[in-house]
Design a protein around this ligand. Structure first.
Ligand code: GDP
Length: 598
């Protein structure tokens, strides 16, 4: 047995040559060792991990699956991404003013795995019995006390709520509970929920639900969890996996204890003496009561009489209620309250803050209205690969988030690996999700929530995904040549990727008559033969197949005597062009617009 020489990271498959390079020995030596172990392999033949591991051990090294190493690295990177709202909130606070606050917990998981039942079970055991006859109101969140510690639960299960909140940059939760039914195991939405929690950088506790069921198979599910990077702590991992039953209430105490344990390690602070700020969980209008908003206080203490601004809604808080419908005068950090007195219901996920007075509130809202009117005329705010460099120019930490979809398993690893290799000290590439299959709506939602760009390799984009991407302004880039994909991302990182435009024909018109108008010159009386003719399009004049002039501006477009912006096929119009007036009857005018193609 040779001396122990160190750890080598080994991929699932590698050639004999690669193995020899990894160990720094000649391929012949490796082949000899293989033969000694009964394997005949040529220099370029692929061998699997197990075979490679045997040879590596015989040569005195310790093999480690590369997959495991990469997963650890990915975990560490995600861990390092602290949610921004916390840093922002604390940025203005002196360390000595910060105090621990109750953790805010959100419950995620696959449909029917028991999110609602679990939220109800926790609420029933911890809230309802304490409040004899008390009416428990559904306000989007509730707070319980366990062993003298408060915990806030966001009562809008499903990652839809999480996505909407994150999309507005207002990550409300400190801890995510991932519910997995012990009789059903890890499902696609479980993985999706996990991606969201990881993108938000919040710690995850797994609730292994439905353990009362006879067909529950917790050990199998733990195995599945390990495969998606959630190795249970009892197996040497660092994920708390708590068996529970929302039906029999078994294990609920353990779950609450696990939450407190994780909360202890997380930076969950606030300054209760500061002006209140936080996130809107829900906004609605009730007849006779006006706009009602549920607010989750994240920093400071919210008081009755405070003036609040949330998005474009503002007002002085007239009255405030806790999650049990009790009137309260103050709300401390992590406490959810519903408030009355706002001008209109704010949207869920919007940030709120307390300001000096109504006058200040009004001027903030006016500014926002103005900015949103301007933004609507400008380009969409979502990230695109071309914008990356510009946007990141003054960011403290430059990071490009990607979602990668490919057609087959075999191309997943090379694509992901080549992308990750582009990471440098200056810019980090984080792949939030990499998977096989079409680009789906769920990918677009994740991109929207995290500011990621979607890259498809040899794959299609679902219709629903296309619609959602258009509505949210999310960029999906598809490629079928890997080097082109890598090249684009590389250029984007350097700020050298220019958008590509193409001229697209939108309509044609035929000249039927030519008029001379003294101040304008010649005007073509036309009939629109196809598509649509637009005032802001570019024109090209074609006579018997020959292009006479192109790229011309339309100086005048009239229907009857009126200036119009467009005229559709089947109608007549008058057209005058810049720098061209030598129209003849029968000329064709083609209209084009410039469109971005990638
Ligand atoms: P959600 O879609 O994740 O919110 O799941 P629900 O809470 O609506 O639960 C889905 C179904 O599973 C319902 O029929 C519940 O009664 C049932 N269920 C939830 N938790 C448990 C449990 O711990 N044990 C059993 N036996 N059934 C459960």
């Amino acid at each position: 047995m040779a001396e122990k020489r160190g750890v080598l990271e080994v991929p699932d498959f590698m050639t004999v040559r690669e193995l020899s390079e990894l160990m720094g020995v000649s391929p012949i030596e490796v082949m000899k060792q293989l033969i000694a172990n009964g394997v005949m392999a040529s220099i370029n033949q692929q061998i699997d991990y197990d075979t490679a591991a045997i040879i590596i051990e015989e040569m005195g090294y310790v093999p480690r699956p590369l997959r495991e190493v990469e997963e650890e690295k990915r975990q560490a990177e995600l861990e390092a991404q602290r949610p921004k709202w916390r840093t922002e909130l604390y940025a203005t606070e002196e360390m000595e003013n910060l105090q621990k606050r109750p953790p805010v917990v959100t419950i995620l998981g696959h449909v029917d795995h028991g999110k609602t039942s679990l939220l109800d079970a926790i609420r029933q055991t911890r809230v309802a019995d304490a409040e004899a006859g008390g009416i428990t109101q559904a306000i989007g969140a509730y707070q319980i006390t366990y062993n003298g510690n408060k915990i806030t639960f966001i009562d809008t299960p499903g990652h839809e709520a999480f996505t909407a909140m994150r999309a507005r940059g207002a990550q409300g939760a400190d801890i995510a509970i991932l519910v997995v039914a012990a009789d059903d195991g890890v499902m696609p939405t479980t993985r999706e929920a996990l991606d969201h929690a990881r993108a938000a950088g919040v710690p995850i506790v797994v609730a292994l639900n439905k353990i009362d069921k006879p067909n529950a198979n917790p050990e199998y599910v733990k195995q599945q969890l390990s495969e998606i990077g959630l190795t249970p702590d009892e197996w040497g991992g660092d994920t708390l996996v708590i068996p529970v039953s929302a039906r029999t209430h078994e294990g609920l105490d353990n779950l609450l204890e696990a939450i407190l344990l994780v909360a202890e390690d997380a930076d969950i602070f606030a300054n209760p003496n500061s002006k209140a700020a936080g996130v809107v969980l829900e906004g609605r209008v009730e007849s006779g009561r006006g706009a009602i908003a549920t607010l989750l206080v994240q920093n400071g203490t919210l008081k009755q009489g405070d003036v609040v601004v949330a998005g474009i809604s503002y007002g002085r808080i007239k009255s405030m209620f806790d999650d049990r419908g009790n009137k309260v005068k103050e709300a401390e950090p992590s406490m959810p309250v519903s408030v009355m007195g706002l001008s209109e219901p704010p949207s869920a996920g919007e940030r709120f803050e307390v300001v000096k007075n109504i006058k200040e509130a009004r001027s903030i809202v006016e500014e926002r209205l103005q900015a949103s009117a301007e933004a609507q005329q400008g380009p969409l705010a979502a990230m695109s690969l071309e914008d990356f460099f510009k946007r990141m120019a003054d960011a403290e930490r430059k990071e490009l988030l990607l979602i990668v979809k490919v057609d087959v398993f075999g191309s997943l690893e090379p694509v992901v690996r080549s992308l990750e290799e582009l990471s440098s000290d200056d810019v980090k590439i984080t792949i939030l999700r990499s998977d096989i299959g079409n680009v789906t709506e769920s990918d677009v939602n994740l991109a929207s929530a995290s500011g990621a760009i979607i890259i498809g390799f040899n794959t299609e984009v679902d219709n629903a995904a296309e619609r959602a991407a258009a509505a949210l302004g999310i960029e999906i880039r598809t490629y079928n040549i890997i080097y082109k994909l890598i090249e684009d991302v590389e250029l984007a990182l350097k700020g050298m990727l220019d958008p590509v435009y193409e001229d697209k024909q939108i309509g044609t018109a035929q000249v039927r008559q030519v008029f001379h108008i003294s101040k304008i010159g010649n005007v073509a009386g036309c009939y629109v033969t196809s598509g649509v003719v637009r005032r802001n399009a570019r024109a090209r004049v074609v006579r018997q197949g020959n292009v006479l002039a192109e790229g011309l501006q339309v100086t005048s477009l009239k229907r009857v005597a009126e200036d119009v912006r467009e005229v559709r096929a089947g109608f007549e119009c008058g057209i005058a062009l810049d720098k061209f007036s030598e129209f003849e009857e029968g000329d064709i005018i083609e209209f084009t617009v410039r469109e971005r193609v990638n």
